[in-house]
Design a protein around this ligand. Structure first.
Ligand code: NAD
Length: 495
């Protein structure tokens, strides 16, 4: 195991000199009304990367005023022009992949190769919704009783508040912003406090493309803040806001849903997960281990679709665990911008503390640490890739979303037992299953409670497919044909 975390090049040098650090309101970058700022850190070194303007309540309302004014114009812009704007944004993001990836790695910590992959993934959503913008089909028919004709039009819902998490600083905003703009909505973006720099770079790309086409630049407004509720509360109480799209924890999502209830707002909620990773006796174990590393270790385990519970059938449990242990031992922990790094730091000190705590609790309760189980020496918010064996369903490492590089292994006997274990969680975002039995695959599609299922694959996400969860993992879908529906209201016209 390699556990290096000594100092990378000065993180500041990774940032483009012209990276905006202000608020974007009505097409202008400006300081917060209070003049205040907050610090953004490099998790690999804990150094301060930048100071970003700290928006307050009045700034948030100013952003909504700008979004509301721009909406009146944007909703009338031809679908083809909206589509071409998004296509240009896709091209600009793709052309600037390395620059954006460097910012993602600097503020989020993930290895550069993962950051580049995230940029490509995000750009794919922008391209997909550029293509969808001109395919907003309605309906025309005679009423069944023959009394009139019916038109069903699809209209943008209006100004939307987009709140994003830190773990995919470009992908999470792309999945919301692109369908919103394609549908004809304007937006106020509240990026995660820990990673506002990537959002600023992307917002500037969109602003510049809008300005170049003489389109209303106020359709995209960005208000980073050290206090999320200082932004969300006044906006959710304002009748000009018509839509909330949130990605983040279930706890915060539930609280925002309550606040959105008074305004009867349209809401989309992409929330937490607790993904089961099922390995059956007939699985291809090489593929299962490769998929396990991908499903667990992307962004050091800090993804909503991270495999959180490895449920392995008894016949292959020892061999799978041994191979997974070996694979984790080969991972290279270090700063994301160091060549060869495969696992970056966690996002902040409290994340390291939490992972330490749940591993300790499992260890105390009788689990065995097969590899890892500690932080490496040196600075930065690192934790070693960890495999825990002998885990039981009541341990916190199983019941909670760990959000770290820890793979707990539980063993099961029959298929029924495996399915019951997989479903024994209030969450239902994604599940993974490794088996060569097609009949079993079909049974799993019926019996697994999740919005997504990866069969013999450790990655499921694609811009053209509906991403989202059931149970406490959320409401609504991002991507695919469904993604744009979140920003559209049908209007029935009788004539
Ligand atoms: P978080 O809920 O703490 O924060 C998400 C966003 O909400 C941030 O912008 C944050 O500033 C804001 N926020 C926090 N408290 C708020 C409040 N009281 N009012 C309004 N806004 C508030 O989550 P996080 O730690 O940034 O992200 C990790 C979580 O996100 C995990 O649970 C993960 O599973 C989930 N997630 C889900 C998906 C998905 O698509 N389902 C994708 C990525 C992350």
């Amino acid at each position: 195991m390699t556990a290096s975390s000594s100092s990378p090049p000065t993180a500041g040098s990774a940032l483009p000199a012209d990276l905006p650090t202000g608020l974007l309101i009505g097409g202008e970058w400006r300081a917060a009304g209070s003049g205040g700022t907050f610090a953004v850190h490099d998790p690999a070194t804990t150094d301060v990367l930048a100071e970003v303007s700290d928006a307050g309540e009045q700034d948030a309302l100013d952003a909504l005023t700008a979004a509301d004014a721009a909406f009146r114009e944007w909703r009338t812009v031809a679908p083809r022009d909206r589509s071409e704007l998004l296509r240009a944004v896709f091209e600009a993001i793709t052309a600037r992949t390395d620059e954006i990836a460097a910012v993602i790695t600097a503020e989020g910590g993930k290895p550069l190769a993962e950051s580049r992959a995230e940029v490509a993934y995000a750009a794919d959503y922008v391209r997909w919704f550029a293509e969808q913008a001109v395919r907003m089909e309605g309906l025309a028919r005679r009423a069944p009783a023959g009394t009139h004709h019916q038109l069903v039009l699809r209209k943008p819902v209006g100004p939307a508040l987009l709140i994003t998490p830190w773990n995919f600083p470009i992908a999470m905003i792309a999945r919301k912003l692109a369908p919103a703009l394609a549908a004809g909505c304007s937006v106020v973006v509240k990026p995660a406090q820990l990673t506002p720099l990537t959002t600023a770079l992307v917002a500037e790309i969109v602003r510049a493309e809008l300005a170049a086409r003489h389109l209303p630049t106020g359709v995209v407004n960005v208000v980073p803040s050290s206090s999320a509720s200082r932004i969300s509360r006044p906006l959710l109480a304002d009748p000009r806001l018509r839509k909330l799209s949130f990605t983040g924890s279930t706890e915060v999502g539930a609280s925002l849903l309550k606040q959105a209830a008074d305004g009867i707002l349209r809401t989309s909620m992409e929330l937490g997960g607790n993904a089961p990773f099922l390995v059956f006796d007939d699985a291809d174990l090489d593929a299962a281990v490769e998929g396990a590393v991908a499903a667990k270790m992307r962004n050091s385990g800090q993804t909503c679709v991270a495999a959180n519970r490895f449920l392995v059938q008894e016949g292959v449990a020892e061999e799978f665990t041994a191979r997974l242990t070996e694979a984790f031992g080969r991972l290279v922990v270090g700063p994301g911008d160091r060549p060869g790094t495969t696992v970056g730091p966690l996002i902040q000190q409290s994340a390291v503390d939490r992972v330490t705590e749940v591993v300790q609790q499992a260890d105390d309760a009788g689990a065995q640490v097969r590899v890892g189980g500690m932080r490496p020496e040196g600075r930065g918010w690192f934790y070693l890739p960890t495999v825990l064996d002998g885990v039981t369903p009541d341990m916190r490492v199983v019941t909670e979303e760990v959000f770290g590089p820890v793979a707990p292994v539980l063993r099961f006997g029959s298929e029924d037992e495996g399915v019951d274990l997989a479903n024994a969680t209030p969450f239902g975002l994604v599940a993974y299953a490794y088996t060569r039995d097609v009949g079993r695959v079909m049974r799993l599609t019926e019996r697994i409670d999740a919005g997504m299922l990866g069969v013999n694959r450790g990655m499921v996400s694609d811009a053209s497919a509906p991403f989202g969860g059931v149970k406490r993992s959320g409401l609504g879908r991002e991507g695919g044909e469904a993604g744009i529906e979140e920003y559209v209201d049908p209007m029935y016209v009788a004539l």
